[in-house]
Design a protein around this ligand. Structure first.
Ligand SMILES: Cc1cc2nc3c(=O)[nH]c(=O)nc-3n(C[C@H](O)[C@H](O)[C@H](O)COP(=O)(O)O)c2cc1C
Length: 196
């Protein structure tokens, strides 16, 4: 399997650099038990006011719901993601109930959902699976496919499964099937202020 090593500039646990987003999936199932473990990891993510705004809709390959989610992906993602063992739609509720029982906007709902996605992705990695997030979908079609309730926003669809042979990918994607890099830390992290 193509997997060029990533070299962190500072010591970090290997899981942070070993996790990446392949597109080639093995023709192997993801089980309900595996799904529940990954979703459980996401459930324990931190969130503003412990509001837990994340909502997941998941389906296993072979199920009608899987096909409905896959059909709402953009053509680029439809070229590879339907070979995954599971598809997950990550949405969140944009409001929360405050201490007085009033429904108020929940500003960090998308930020919190990002934390839940990362927990799911790292749990998948720890289980020997890959989780590949996709923002490329037809939002209206996907909302319809999962019966998205009012007041909710879809952030991503996530393809999950054991990694497969890049040879199974359409030719244009094969060369891209390798871990990418990152901006240098000093471009994204500033000590004291952005002016430093
Ligand atoms: C919110 C989000 C949306 C993404 N959308 C797509 C997508 O539509 N199609 C795709 O092939 N990859 C998509 N990706 C994968 C990113 O390109 C990938 O995570 C990024 O290049 C970093 O690479 P790595 O995950 O292998 O470390 C998305 C990732 C995230 C987090």
């Amino acid at each position: 399997m193509t997997q060029a090593p990533r070299h962190p500039a500072h010591p970090v646990d290997a899981q942070f650099t070993a996790r990446w987003s392949p597109r080639a999936f093995a023709d192997a199932p993801v089980t309900e038990a595996q799904m529940l473990t990954m979703l459980e990891a996401a459930r324990w993510a931190p969130s503003s006011n412990n509001g837990q705004p994340w909502r997941f809709v998941w389906a296993l390959r072979g199920e009608a719901a899987f096909d409905a989610i896959a059909a709402a992906l953009v053509p680029f993602n439809r070229d590879w993601a339907p070979r995954a063992g599971a598809l997950v739609v990550l949405a969140s509720k944009a409001t929360r109930i405050d201490s007085k029982g009033a429904e108020v906007p929940n500003g960090p709902h998308a930020f919190d959902s990002g934390a839940a996605w990362m927990s799911l992705a790292l749990q998948a990695h720890l289980m020997g699976l890959v989780a590949h997030a996709m923002g490329g979908f037809d939002a209206e079609a996907l909302a319809q496919a999962v019966a998205l309730p009012a007041g909710h926003t879809i952030h991503a669809t996530i393809a999950i499964g054991p990694q497969g042979d890049p040879a199974t990918l359409p030719e244009a994607l094969r060369a891209r099937e390798t871990p990418n890099g990152r901006e240098p830390l000093n471009k994204v992290a500033h000590r004291g202020s952005f002016a430093e």
